[in-house]
Design a protein around this ligand. Structure first.
Ligand SMILES: *Cc1c(COP(=O)(O)O)cnc(C)c1O
Length: 376
């Protein structure tokens, strides 16, 4: 049996005709940037997330950059003062830190909670300096970070909160969805995210009307009206083709999410009581969208080789924590600085969790994970 980590072809099959119809509409229209599909997607994502404003952008990374710029975290080339600082977890996809760096600010890392893999909120306060301007919690693998604690710390220190919700559209905590905790949140429509486009795409969502106006301008070179620039922004625009493709998929997002959760429950049950396997811990009050199902095992590399040898797609998210990335060497971090992030990087792997997995496939994966445990 060959099981990929993610099978987008199965998801596409029933949506084929509708997707091709909207693509043809756009080709006939020859209106490729912005336009009615983008506005409609913005309205629907805002409604879905329960926020007041949504701004479609070119990727999740650009959503983070536009959010930082919108919150005033952007270094002018004429500014000689020490860099502004943004606190974020050491264990996340690179874009969280890369976007901070590209805005001319300094990423300041914090360790993660070893159970949820999200930023350890108790580590944030000690990292705050006179230059800190924001905290960027990541809702990793589809589960919300500890937002009450994070927001309280941010509020008492006058910091912005930018949620990296790239893996967590629709995830909720105590009934509140991603995008309603911080000043704004970044979403990604990269094809492997739960709501994936026909290529790159992203969105900034927020309840702050003023911030929304500013980010809408930043998306288009800070231009408003045409050829008048109040801010320096970028070309962070979303294509009509992406918006149209996403509008076809959005009505299915919750049923796909429920299927992912069912698959997770099958794994949880099958691995319960096996001491060597640590299954994902979903914190009280959290509803995960299971963008990934990540387990921790003592013999991770051998397990990876074993599963791949059995044609089971799996992946390590992420093999090197951000504080140990070569490009951040000048920040001066060293091995041992964030033991939980380092432990996760060495012991975790993601199993297939996509909605259309069959029971037979899940049973096969479970059996091979158990077989893989004995290998060293
Ligand atoms: C995918 C991802 C991003 C970036 O999104 P892109 O659309 O690929 O630019 C940012 N942060 C996290 C946590 C992600 O998983």
């Amino acid at each position: 049996m060959k099981i990929p980590l993610l099978d987008l072809k199965i998801q596409y099959a029933p949506l084929r005709e509708e997707t091709q119809r909207v693509i043809n509409d756009i080709l006939d229209d020859q209106h490729f940037i912005g336009g009615r599909y983008v506005s409609e997607l913005e309205e629907k994502i805002a409604e879905y997330s329960g926020v007041a404003h949504a701004i479609g952008v070119s990727s999740g990374t650009d959503a983070l950059i536009a959010s930082l710029m919108g919150c005033g975290i952007f270094r002018s080339p004429l500014d000689n003062s020490p860099a502004l600082e943004v606190i974020l977890p050491a264990y996340t996809f690179f874009a969280t830190a890369g976007s901070v760096w590209r805005c001319g600010a300094k990423p300041v890392f914090a360790d993660i909670d070893p159970d949820t893999y999200n930023i350890d909120a108790s580590q944030i306060s000690s990292k705050i300096t006179g230059r800190t301007r924001a905290v960027m919690p990541v809702h990793l693998f589809g589960q919300c970070a500890e937002m009450e604690k994070i927001s309280a710390i941010a509020e008492s220190n006058g910091l912005a909160v930018i949620e990296d919700g790239a893996q967590a559209i629709g995830a909720s905590r105590r009934g509140v969805k991603v995008g309603n905790f911080g000043n704004c949140a970044a979403l990604s429509f990269f094809p492997s995210k739960n709501l994936g486009g026909l290529g790159d795409g992203g969105m900034v969502i927020t309840n702050d009307g003023e911030l929304a106006v500013k980010i809408r301008e930043i998306r288009n070179h800070g231009m408003e009206p045409k050829y008048y620039h109040r801010h320096v922004g970028g070309n962070f625009r979303l294509d009509a083709l992406q918006a149209a493709g996403l509008l076809v998929k959005l009505p299915h997002l919750d049923s796909w999410g429920a299927m992912r959760a069912n698959n997770a429950a099958v794994y949880d049950e099958a691995f319960s009581g096996i001491e060597e396997i640590k299954t994902p811990l979903i914190a009280d009050g959290n509803k995960s969208i299971y963008n990934q199902y990540v387990i921790s095992v003592p013999n991770r590399d051998a397990m990876l080789a074993h599963l791949r040898g059995k044609d089971i797609g799996c992946e390590v998210y992420y093999p090197v924590p951000l504080h140990l990335q070569e490009c951040f060497a000048e920040l001066g971090y060293k091995k041992g600085d964030f033991p939980n992030a380092e432990y996760a990087a060495e012991h975790t792997l993601a199993l297939p969790i996509y909605p259309e997995l069959t029971r037979e496939q899940l049973d096969y994966i479970v059996a091979e994970v158990k077989n893989g445990l004995v290998k060293r």
